[in-house]
Design a protein around this ligand. Structure first.
Ligand SMILES: [Zn+2]
Length: 498
């Protein structure tokens, strides 16, 4: 399934479309429609369940606009830049690192010096990809959106945050104190981030406004004995170290013992992340945890892994994982003059941090790619979303629009709508309605027929197998809850209801 096809389909079925598309949309901004937003919220909820419910982390919600001082301290004002070249002739702008890679086959990190870019562009005679024109000197372009607060020109300078995690670092002490937290603990946030990308892509993969889910896990490096590691020690990671050409399967225990990962806590959260991505309908073989080379990771990061998903167009990163040490807290301590250290067992320490930073929109897009099924036999294409993230869990439809069937169907709808997300549909033939439900990936359909009026049972259809079983109306809330939230198999109920 190509990316363009998904984008077209997404608009037709109410998932997402370009922002403000009755005007000329600006590249890199997208709106979610009703179906896509439900899918997005479910993915966020699944992420939240993993960290807030299962891990007991603390969730915060900070502002999108933050003072300049935060980003001076974090290094973004100085360093959050892309190398940019402009064509002398047609004035088009290009990322210098991407051009060099494309035209000369040389891969150089985006944070290399301007001299290095200019030197290679001159030596390899790199020209404008649009018109072949000569290129001006490379400049660094800061990707943050800058603004001023207040009505006057002299208002304070602020920025739209380019990542959600700075909220977590500046709130670290507030959360630690108010929640009486004990190391190791995590603070998480799901929210919008903003980056003025030079060349946003025509999909959700590189946007200028996007949703991030970030977890910062604070721990004491000296005293950490991470006993929860035992839960995942035999779980196999698809890990690709710098020296490897492709990912290999290795247990979390081996990864720690062989020194592939620095700490148990890192192996644990890599395993959790891989399990999470897998639970969204991405097959294990399409997931890898790729170690960053030294050039790729920031100087303070001791180790970093991308979590990538395989697509028809190669591996695409959905989450970045960094061992950030105590770098961020120390930067904010220095810049703000506030002491962000804490006392543990009589020792004053600044905790170390393992960061998991996931792009929600990217994840959603790649889930759509992997869950798409082209089906000649069925006669329509459909999505095989796992029930826990499907936009709607169930569709309710009267077999025909007559003789009290719609009234009964609405009664059924009312009885389950607070239990799982329910879609009501009574227009068109039953085949068309099944198609419509499959096309947006609704895993179960309930049909109300003449037998329902007699015995108060309904037909429950499984999207993936098209198998149907009879279920009593009064049992529906329990059955649906189990199918959607506890991952119970459809077959179990088919036996029980026979
Ligand atoms: Zn040009």
């Amino acid at each position: 399934m190509s990316m363009e096809k998904i984008v077209k389909l997404a608009k037709r079925r109410g998932f997402f479309w370009p922002s403000s598309d009755i005007y000329n949309p600006i590249a890199g901004f997208w709106h979610y429609g009703p179906v896509g937003l439900m899918l997005k919220k479910k993915i966020e909820d699944a992420w939240r369940k993993m960290f807030v419910k299962d891990e007991g982390f603390y969730e915060v919600e900070g502002t999108n606009i933050m003072p300049e001082a935060v980003f001076v301290a974090s290094g973004h004002v100085k360093g959050f830049s892309d190398p940019l070249v402009q064509c002398e002739k047609c004035k088009s702008l290009h990322r210098a690192d991407k051009l060099v890679e494309k035209q000369a086959g040389i891969s150089i990190p985006e944070h290399s010096s301007l001299e290095r870019f200019n030197e290679i562009i001159k030596k390899k005679k790199i020209t404008c990809p649009n018109c072949g024109g000569k290129l001006r000197k490379t400049k660094f372009f800061n990707m943050m959106f800058k603004l001023r607060t207040g009505a006057t020109e002299e208002g304070e300078v602020a920025y739209l945050r380019p990542e959600t995690c700075q909220v977590i670092f500046v709130d670290f002490l507030n959360v630690y104190r108010t929640m009486r937290a004990k190391l190791p603990f995590g603070i998480v946030q799901i929210g919008r981030s903003f980056r003025n990308e030079i060349s946003p892509r025509q999909t959700l993969l590189r946007q200028r406004e996007f949703t991030q889910a970030e977890a910062e896990i604070f721990f004491n490096k000296e005293s950490i004995d991470f006993s929860r590691f035992d839960e995942v020690k035999n779980y196999k990671l698809n890990i690709q170290m710098v020296k490897d050409k492709k990912p290999k399967k290795i247990t979390a225990k081996e990864a720690v013992e062989k020194g592939l990962v620095e700490l148990k806590i890192i192996a644990y959260y890599l395993a959790k992340l891989q399990q999470f991505i897998n639970s969204l309908g991405i097959p294990l073989d399409a997931i890898r945890l790729r170690e960053h080379t030294k050039d790729e990771r920031p100087f303070y990061a001791k180790q970093a892994f991308d979590c990538d998903i395989k697509t028809t167009e190669g591996w695409i990163e959905v989450a970045a994982n960094h061992y950030r040490t105590d770098y961020d807290l120390k930067c904010h301590m220095k810049a703000s003059g506030k002491d962000l250290s804490i006392v543990e067992n009589g020792n004053k320490i600044v905790p170390h941090v393992w960061e998991i930073s996931e792009g929600i929109d990217r994840t959603l897009f790649l889930v759509m790619m992997h869950c798409f099924r082209e089906d000649k036999e069925r006669g329509w294409n459909w999505f095989v979303f796992p029930p826990k993230i499907a936009p709607y869990a169930v569709a309710v439809m009267p077999h025909m629009k007559k003789e009290k069937l719609p009234e009964k169907a609405k009664e059924v709808y009312e009885s389950i709508k607070n239990c799982v997300d329910t879609f009501y549909d009574e227009s068109g033939s039953i085949g068309k309605r099944y198609a419509r439900a499959d096309e947006i990936g609704i895993p179960f359909c309930i049909t109300i027929d003449y037998d329902t009026l007699k015995d108060n049972s309904v037909t429950l259809r499984n999207r993936d197998t098209t198998k149907q079983i009879r279920v009593k109306i009064k049992e529906l809330p329990n059955v649906l809850w189990s199918l959607v939230h506890t991952g119970e198999s459809f077959e179990k109920f088919s036996k029980e209801t026979k």
